[in-house]
Design a protein around this ligand. Structure first.
Ligand code: HEM
Ligand code: NFK
Length: 282
């Protein structure tokens, strides 16, 4: 055990580098001047900094999720499953991190948020380009969601690319087919901009994997990784709608939707329907 006054001596003994006039430092590497100057509250309210940092950190985690998911999709398409599993496990842990992040925001009370809300104007998480790319990569395709990005061609191009590309699940179904499992042709080549619904043929394909796990171990593991991911995503959606209800009740959203009503409808979205449906039949 050492007292605070001993820490001076410890730093000296450790010979830590203390002069960064010529070397790259911690703050240089992490571009902290840029990151830590990006919080510019519009109101005089104490709680706006919490609101801004909560969203900025969420967007940073979403950036990492996209990075991992894009690489995971490429690995699946190239039959590199162990690498894909590692990335998907990380995506699920990030999603869980975002689920727990709601605990911090929930310390903001309705009067505290009501004081900030007028300063937000018509901006809303509904307009998050990274969030929409994640939803599209997970297969929740919806052309209307491209519109909020029309004024930003750079962001629109990225959201549009995610909308047109096969989703993670689409690529996994193609993988199943390459492994000799019978998957309906309509799932293997289709208009990727369309969302898919539950397909009995696809359910039968997954059932053949889940009925003989030892024969198709990595496909079985893939199915469970996807369920893990959707499970974590559902928790995020649930914490969002509950936090929104406790903070603004049933007021309309700044993005123009009904608010809690809209977010509750999103709770019913099932990303990988066959993986959930097959469980009743095992
Ligand atoms: C007090 C805090 C919050 C409130 C009151 C709130 C409220 C809302 C509402 C009402 C909507 C529906 C769209 C609209 O009409 O505006 C929405 C959507 C959304 N919010 Fe929040 N939100 C909060 C915090 C957050 C946080 C921390 C994030 C994290 C990034 C977030 C991300 C989103 C996203 C991505 C959507 C679109 C959801 C979808 O389309 O399925 N929100 N929010
Ligand atoms: N839609 C929220 C506003 C909101 O939460 C928000 C506004 C600007 C930036 C991020 C936001 N977060 C999530 O929607 C509301 O209706 O109060």
């Amino acid at each position: 055990m050492s007292c605070p006054h001993q820490s001076e001596r410890i730093v000296e003994e450790e010979k830590a580098q203390l002069d960064f006039s010529k070397d790259m430092s911690y703050g240089d590497y992490l571009k902290l001047d840029q990151i830590l100057n990006a919080q510019q509250p519009l109101s005089p309210e104490h709680n706006e900094l919490l609101f801004i940092i909560q969203h900025q950190t969420s967007e940073l985690w979403m950036k990492l999720m996209l990075h991992e998911m894009q690489a995971a999709v490429a690995c699946v398409a190239n039959d590199q499953l162990p690498a894909a599993f590692k990335m998907l496990a990380r995506v699920s842990r990030i999603m869980e991190q975002l689920v727990h992040a709601w605990d911090v925001l929930a310390t903001m009370t309705p009067p505290e948020y009501t004081a900030i809300r007028p300063y937000l104007s018509n901006s809303s998480g509904f307009q998050s380009a990274q969030y929409r790319r994640i939803e599209f990569m997970l297969g929740n395709k919806n052309a209307a969601m491209l519109k909020p990005h029309a004024h930003r061609p750079d962001l629109l191009a990225e959201v549009d690319a995610a909308w047109r590309a096969p989703s993670l699940y689409d690529e996994v179904l193609r993988l199943l087919a390459r492994r000799g499992i019978s998957v309906p042709a309509s799932a293997l080549e289709r208009d990727w901009t369309q969302p898919r619904g539950l397909d009995e043929g696809v359910k039968a394909a997954w059932l053949s994997v889940y009925r003989e796990p030892e024969k198709h171990w990595d496909l079985y593991q893939m199915g469970e990784e996807l369920v893990d991911l959707e499970d974590a995503f559902r928790l995020w959606r649930f914490r969002h709608v509950t936090t929104v209800e406790r903070v603004i009740g049933f007021k309309r959203g700044t993005g123009g939707t009904s608010g809690v009503g809209y977010l509750r409808k999103m709770l019913d979205v099932v990303l990988f329907p066959e993986l959930w449906a097959l469980r009743t039949e095992l």
